[in-house]
Design a protein around this ligand. Structure first.
Ligand code: S3P
Length: 445
């Protein structure tokens, strides 16, 4: 995969304004799930708008290795012939996950309740990420797991068949852990139950219901209770993947901070479990309107019209954290151009993403003239009040696509050019990012 080969450095050209319309790629979370569930349905599913980034392609390769037929038509529609729940085949080789935590953790769940064994490997970033949050519940379901020290990759999951249904209260707010357990529950007799004290993205629940699984969600004293009846029969679906709000985030911030900007971002998924950045930016005074709200693939979607605005620092409400967990790097950049300070805490999960995003963003912003204070669970950022930041330094992205894209956005309004050490990881989630940047800033791609 590109990001494991030689680094691709990039120097960010300052932008005068950003203007035009762009369409962000398909939602990464929904793309992974659409491939996995289609691969477990009997018959042909169709997926339109799939994100064709390295992370999702790693999921496609793994599902093929376990027996699904997955093809991309010349019309851009993906057609998947599933093997049925219980029908996953023994992969002949290890499953290479590249940079993708979502592929790894969700697929571990699938393997855990099938009579197969799979070894997961990944790049340096993924190999440093904690997997115990998934191995603990999957072991309770009967899977046996051998992991590298610290419960990291490379890691082998030997599935249990039959697996044992569990009731599991999530100790961390993680949609990946929730989804791994639910996916394991698909081929487990009885009812698998996940209790979620803090709600996280609910794409798995929505899509499982869409594929015909028996799944209920209730509110209880300890939080959301998700119950899935196992030995499910999934029916093939036709899925339209909405645009990824986590990719739209970069343009929401870019158009807000570069004076004179006026941008329409088309087809942005606005599932409330994902829309926290929109709320936070509006609290800061951003000028973002939702145009033509509609439902796409069972998810709320709108076009976002973003115009430059004077931003003011805020205290980011802690309860927004799960619905904007991937957007903090972009939010820190917005904060760097706001008047006054922005305090973003209650987001300790940022330490275990593709990089330690608190440390990586702190270092990147400080080097480029933005004053910050690091907390164990977040960052305080002192903004420029809309002025250009100093810039002039190199950003170390640590194999993290979102650090690369966020600091590219910061570089659009800097006095001196910001250099990014390696933009290759952007291909994991947003292969067209730099072309779209060129088109919005009126430069040739
Ligand atoms: C994801 C869940 C989140 C998010 C990740 C995608 C998913 O991770 O950060 O990019 O698709 O379920 P956690 O479950 O670790 O919070």
């Amino acid at each position: 995969m590109a990001h494991t080969s030689s680094p691709t450095p990039f120097t960010v050209p300052a932008a005068t304004t950003l203007s035009g319309r762009i369409r962000v790629p398909g939602d990464k979370s929904i793309s992974h799930r659409s491939l996995m569930l289609s691969a477990l349905a009997v018959g042909e599913s169709r997926v339109e708008g799939l994100l064709e980034g390295e992370d999702v392609l790693a999921t496609a390769a793994a599902m093929r290795a376990m027996g699904a037929a997955i093809e991309r038509g010349s019309d851009g529609v993906w057609r998947i012939h599933g093997v049925g729940v219980g029908g996953l085949l023994q992969p002949r080789q290890g499953l290479e996950m590249g940079n993708s935590g979502t592929s790894t953790r969700l697929l571990m769940g699938l393997v855990a309740s099938h009579p197969i064994t799979a070894t997961f490997t990944g790049d340096a970033s993924l190999s440093s990420r904690p997997m115990a949050r998934v191995t603990v519940p999957l072991a309770q379901m009967g899977a046996s797991i051998e992991a590298s020290p610290g419960t990291r990759l490379p890691l082998t999951v030997r599935g249990a068949c039959p697996a044992v249904p569990i009731e599991y209260e999530l100790p961390v707010a993680s949609a990946q852990v929730k989804s791994a357990i639910l996916l394991a529950g698909l081929n487990t007799p009885g009812i698998t139950r996940v209790i979620e004290p803090v709600p996280t993205r609910d794409h798995s629940e929505r899509m499982l219901a869409g594929f015909g699984a028996q799944i209920t969600v209730e509110r209880g004293p300890r939080g959301r209770i998700i119950s899935l009846t196992g030995e499910a029969e999934l029916k093939p679906q036709s899925i339209v993947v909405p645009g990824d709000p986590s990719s739209a985030a970069f343009w929401m911030v870019a158009a807000s901070i570069v004076p004179g900007s006026d941008v329409v971002i088309e087809n942005v998924g606005l599932n409330p479990t994902r829309a926290g950045l929109l709320t936070a930016l509006r609290m800061m005074g951003a000028d973002i309107t939702e145009v033509d709200p509609r439902i796409v693939g069972g998810e709320p979607v709108a076009d976002l019209h973003v115009r430059h605005a004077a931003l003011t620092g805020i205290v980011v409400p802690h309860d927004l954290a799960p619905s904007m967990i991937d957007e903090y790097p972009a939010l820190f950049v917005a904060a760097a151009f706001a008047a006054g300070e922005t305090v973003a805490r209650g987001a300790e999960e940022l330490r275990v993403k593709e990089s330690d995003r608190i440390a990586a963003m702190r270092a990147a912003l400080e080097a480029n003239g933005v004053r910050t204070q690091e907390h164990e669970d977040g960052l305080t950022v002192h903004g420029s009040g809309g002025e250009r930041i100093a810039g002039g330094a190199t950003v170390f992205t640590k194999l993290d696509h979102r650090i690369a894209m966020s600091m590219t956005v910061a570089g659009l309004h800097a006095r001196n050019a910001i250099a990014i050490d390696d933009i290759a990881p952007v291909a994991t989630s947003y292969p067209a990012f730099y072309e779209q940047l060129a088109s919005l800033s009126g430069a040739a791609a």
